[in-house]
Write a protein that binds this ligand. Structure first.
Ligand SMILES: [Zn+2]
Length: 359
């Protein structure tokens, strides 16, 4: 495969400057092959992006068709377990941590418990509707994990400080029924039964991916599925990618065509080079699916409430190029987000150099 370049194009602020056809044309000039977009049938909850499309001719269908006309593959995004409105409306979806505490939202992130089959069914129906109405090339499963605000995990964060979910009644019931383990004590589960618990959690996430995949493929068997994964390996926070977030390649692979791993090096306060290349290599040994390194295009989490992270205030051209170089063992890169490419031509130059193998 040639080096693939994709972009997370959420938000509608570009509409202030570009028409829909101009947006597609711009992506072509930026070397973009895949666009991860949002839609109003299954909208992404508000994080930091503008969620309301303008009323000047933008429609999800027009955007999708304009990108398709330029041979850009379109992935419609769905937020699987980040859902402030379900959190507010359904107390039984509020996650419970290892100390019995109910999840308390901080910042924009609001996770919900992943084990409710009824909610999963509602999500599957929504995905079928999106697939039928917008005819995407793919579905992007984002926030598909047990709850964790991993953007706040700094390199010096001890594992003991990371909350683990979910010990709600429904999760404990399912763990007992599906594994035959009777204990409901989080301490026992996290120690003696750790391997069984982690495998069960990973199976819940994989099964979710399978149900959502089937919903899309029932409508259009050519759709492929891209999963929102993490730039974390076994040695990061005691294998938190499996033990806290519950993503395991061997469980997910049957249902996933492509993975994007979020290497948000400025948010995570890591040096992009060794951090990215090591974890791409590790992932490469664990899956043969498409692997995309998702790179930050601009600095984030600079608001006062995140000051304890002591993050750099900017991403330099050298940082971005180092991140691209470190991604060469992946099948391609994604950039989060398209806004950064529109705002900074040096990012586009670097991206094209990556794509043309002339970094
Ligand atoms: Zn639960």
């Amino acid at each position: 495969m040639d080096r693939l370049v994709g972009v997370k194009a959420y938000g509608y602020d570009w509409c202030d400057e570009l028409t829909v056809p101009q947006a597609a044309e711009r992506m072509v000039r930026q070397g973009i092959d895949w666009a991860l977009v949002q839609n109003q049938l299954d909208p992404l909850p508000g994080s930091a992006v503008d969620q309301q499309p303008p009323e000047n001719g933008y429609t999800d269908r027009a955007f999708r068709e304009a990108l398709g006309d330029k041979d850009i593959r379109v992935f419609q995004s769905t937020s699987v377990f980040f859902d402030p409105s379900d959190f507010a409306r359904h107390p039984d979806l509020r996650p419970i941590d290892q100390h019995g505490r109910v999840f308390e939202p901080f910042g924009w992130y609001v996770g919900v418990c992943p084990s409710d089959p009824k909610r999963l069914q509602r999500k599957a129906e929504r995905i079928a509707e999106v697939t039928s109405s917008l005819r995407p090339d793919g579905i992007f499963l984002s926030f598909i994990r047990f709850p964790g605000f991993w953007e706040l995990w700094m390199p010096d964060t001890p594992r003991a400080d990371i909350a683990e979910y979910c010990f709600c009644e429904r999760c404990l019931d399912r763990f007992r029924i599906e594994t035959g383990n009777d204990s409901r004590d989080p301490r026992t589960i996290r120690n003696e039964l750790r391997a069984e618990w982690t495998a069960w959690q990973c199976s819940v996430i994989a099964e979710t991916a399978g149900v959502l995949r089937a919903a899309a493929l029932d409508v259009d068997p050519t759709v492929t599925v891209l999963l929102n994964g993490f730039g974390l390996g076994r040695t990061d926070f005691g294998n938190a990618v499996e033990e806290v977030l519950a993503q395991r390649f061997s469980s997910l692979d049957p249902y996933i065509d492509h993975y994007e791993l979020m290497f948000y090096f400025q948010i995570q306060r890591r040096e992009p080079g060794p951090y990215i290349s090591g974890r791409v290599r590790e992932a490469r040994q664990l899956t043969s699916r498409t692997l995309l390194a998702c790179l930050q295009g601009g600095a984030e989490y600079l608001e006062p409430e995140y000051a304890s992270g002591h993050r750099k205030r900017e991403i330099t051209d050298a940082d971005f190029r180092a991140a691209l170089k470190a991604s060469t063992e992946a099948d391609g890169v994604l950039v989060y987000s398209w806004r950064d490419l529109l705002a900074d031509p040096t990012r586009v130059t670097a991206l094209l150099d990556y794509k043309n193998d002339s970094l």
